[in-house]
Design a protein. Structure first.
Length: 166
């Protein structure tokens, strides 16, 4: 047996194992997809949690080891960190309301579009109102909780509104 035969050419067993793993991964991704009506209900409750002034309520939508990333920033990983991130927004905007605009799902990932309004009247706030649109890309775990959320909104527009520039 040559070195090629021993190390380079894949054996039939390793090919079979690779195909089996690919099939399992494919099945797992499909298992994480939600029924559209369940997803819409989840998204509506999630928006209500953002509006609730209860950071722990919002964090309960995530796995214990889930993560939230906002505009490419550092991930908030774990429910305590997610609650802390939510708390920072909730304290800065005590009248914050998040409404679901739409939610759709493709290949086990959902995209939640939202409309956020509120007045920056928390500690050190500007007293200015904001109205923002944005979205979160959700990856779900098999237990129906968010494994990862990647959020996006126009940061320049947010700053413009906080400054009161017209």
């Amino acid at each position: 047996m040559t070195a090629y035969d021993q190390f380079v050419r894949p054996s039939r067993m390793s090919a079979l194992i690779s195909l089996t793993l690919l099939a399992l991964i494919s099945c797992m991704a499909k298992a994480q997809a939600m029924d559209p009506s369940v997803l819409a209900d989840f998204a509506a409750r999630y928006a209500a949690a953002w509006s609730s002034q209860s950071p722990e309520k919002l964090a309960s939508f995530y796995r214990d080891d889930g993560s939230l990333i906002v505009n490419g920033g550092e991930p908030s990983t774990g429910r305590a960190a997610i609650a802390a991130t939510a708390r920072s927004y909730m304290e800065a905007f005590p009248d914050m309301v998040v409404r679901m605009d739409s939610v759709r799902q493709e290949a086990g990932q959902a995209t939640f579009h939202w409309i956020w309004t509120g007045t920056n009247s928390g500690p050190g706030g500007t007293g200015r109102s904001v109205r923002m649109t944005g979205y979160e890309e959700w990856a779900f775990s098999a237990d129906g909780l968010i494994r990862q959320s990647v959020g996006h909104f126009d940061a320049a527009e947010y700053e413009r509104q906080l400054a009161g520039d017209n």
